[in-house]
Design a protein around this ligand. Structure first.
Ligand code: MN
Length: 263
């Protein structure tokens, strides 16, 4: 049987990813890997992650996460490094341009039948059609000549900012439905009146399943219409894969080679 595995935020944890792929008995001729984004940054070996996943060709689907967009902004716009950035391996690589060109062609939203793959979630004010239309416009900009700017839009492009926030950055919304982009903690600590995006969105409802990452504090969490798969590998926890066909879950602990100084 061919299987499609959704994999949580890898963030440069290349050895952990290899261990997970081994545990899945993954066969690229038969199976597929869907990555929820944030393949890079914070972890020690972004370069091996990108080279491996690119080498899978059509057997891998990646959607853009905020850290992947940050890589594009650094490569294309010369954006300065964040304090905990580990992207220098990619930025200094001989195949940097090929890798960056590949990353900027990833979609922001991938829809196949009843399955939706996205990094953060979906702005609850959007229908799936609206989200897809917005994603296509933003993706076209990332594939165009001003891609560095499109990855980190300034004040001149509020529509691009809104699209990236509503797909890649959100976790919770307030009582009026406005995005709260700052809260990263557990569900139990949400500020008064706030809800996680997936409780407010009508897109994340059966028979559909929205697969997403970006919220490590949730860990693996599944509800009717949605599934959270960021289990905080780079923070010393686990890397998770879930099979979309049968719901089987496979987890590996962070590999010792992926230990980083700050976590
Ligand atoms: Mn993220």
């Amino acid at each position: 049987m061919s299987r499609t595995w959704v994999i949580g935020d890898v963030q440069g944890c290349a050895a952990s990813l290899q261990a997970l792929v081994q545990a899945l008995a993954f066969d690229p001729a038969r199976d597929r890997l869907w990555f929820v984004g944030d393949l890079v940054n914070r972890g020690p070996d972004n370069l091996s992650v990108l080279r491996f996943v690119r080498g899978l060709g059509d057997a891998a689907v990646c959607v853009l996460g905020n850290h992947d967009l940050h890589l594009l902004a650094r490569a294309g716009q010369g954006r300065k490094a964040g304090k905990w950035d580990t992207l220098q391996d990619v930025l200094g690589a001989p195949d940097r341009d090929a890798l960056v060109d590949w990353v900027r062609h990833w979609p922001l939203l991938h829809v196949e039948g009843d399955h939706v793959l996205v990094h953060g979630g979906l702005n609850p004010r959007w229908t799936l059609d609206e989200a897809q239309a917005r994603a296509r416009v933003a993706e076209a900009k990332l594939r165009g000549p001003d891609w560095g700017e499109a990855a980190r839009p300034g004040d001149g492009d509020p529509a691009q900012r809104k699209t990236l926030a509503g797909l890649c950055l959100l976790r919770a919304v307030d009582a009026k439905g406005a995005l709260n982009l700052g809260y990263k903690g557990p569900l139990a600590g949400l500020p008064a009146g706030h809800r996680p995006w997936f409780e407010a969105s009508l897109v994340a409802r059966p028979p559909r399943t929205v697969w997403f990452g970006h919220w490590a504090a949730l860990g693996y969490l599944r509800g009717p219409g949605w599934c959270a798969v960021d289990t905080g590998c780079v923070w010393g926890r686990t890397l998770t894969a879930v099979c979309i066909e049968d719901g089987q879950r496979v987890q590996v602990p962070r590999h010792p080679a992926d230990a980083v100084a700050f976590a």
